[in-house]
Design a protein around this ligand. Structure first.
Ligand SMILES: Cc1cc2nc3c(=O)[nH]c(=O)nc-3n(C[C@H](O)[C@H](O)[C@H](O)COP(=O)(O)O)c2cc1C
Length: 210
């Protein structure tokens, strides 16, 4: 694991559906607005004039991110898919000291402890596909995402996971997901590292379209 400079949990506030709507409006992508309205169903199969993909069935991007690398991918996914975006925020943020924080998270991961989520989770019965984003923590999926999955194991849903690490390969993350959501239709995941993130965006877009 590579250590990086301490950072606060408060780094960036949830890019809500409304924020995304404003972003798309500013980009002149008015044709995507229907997809941002809760309850909207996308039925078409190809990208529209603004390059927004049209996944079949209702889709949501759900993610946790501490230092916003995973958030970068999550926001891009929601924009490209024209779907809703849900950021998992913590009830009790981690210690701001990076060393303390990673020690706490390591112990949580080791013992299977929870880190409670403050974000209100919508009724997931309404969604067919969940794009699930997590940083890679101590050999697997981050504790907040594991906590979310303990409460919402996504049974029967198509789940497309994406993970950002500092340097590790992602196999531990996929193993965690197979255990945490055994009845989900788990698809091939996307992994990148922080340093390759910018250079992997085309690959990410291609993965989104699969
Ligand atoms: C508690 C903790 C554990 C981590 N464990 C690993 C690890 O095992 N392997 C690795 O390559 N990176 C590890 N990292 C680094 C993160 O995966 C990396 O910084 C990632 O980009 C963070 O994503 P985020 O910016 O979306 O929070 C860890 C980071 C934290 C905070």
């Amino acid at each position: 694991m590579t250590r990086k400079s301490p950072n606060a949990e408060t780094a960036r506030v949830v890019p809500s559906v409304m924020t995304l709507r404003r972003t798309l409006l500013a980009a002149g992508a008015a044709s995507t607005m229907a997809a941002l309205v809760p309850g909207a169903v996308r039925a078409a199969a190809s990208a529209d004039a603004a390059g927004v993909l049209s996944p079949s069935g209702r889709t949501i991007v759900i993610f946790f991110s501490r230092t916003d690398h995973t958030a970068t991918l999550a926001e891009r996914a929601a924009q490209k898919l024209g779907c809703e975006l849900l950021r998992l925020e913590l009830r009790e943020p981690y210690a701001s000291d990076y060393g303390d924080m990673t020690d706490i998270a390591r112990e949580e991961k080791r013992s299977g402890k929870r880190r409670e989520i403050a974000t209100a989770i919508p009724d997931l019965a309404a969604y067919d596909t969940v794009y699930l984003g997590s940083p890679y923590w101590w050999g697997g999926i981050s504790v907040p995402v594991m906590t979310f999955l303990a409460d919402h194991p996504l049974a029967g849903k198509r789940v497309k996971p994406f993970v950002v690490s500092a340097s590790s390969g992602p196999s531990g993350a996929w193993a965690d997901l197979r255990k945490a959501c055994p009845e989900a239709k788990l698809e091939e995941g996307f992994h990148t590292t922080e340093s390759s993130l910018e250079g992997s965006l085309d690959e990410f877009d291609a993965w989104l379209a699969k």
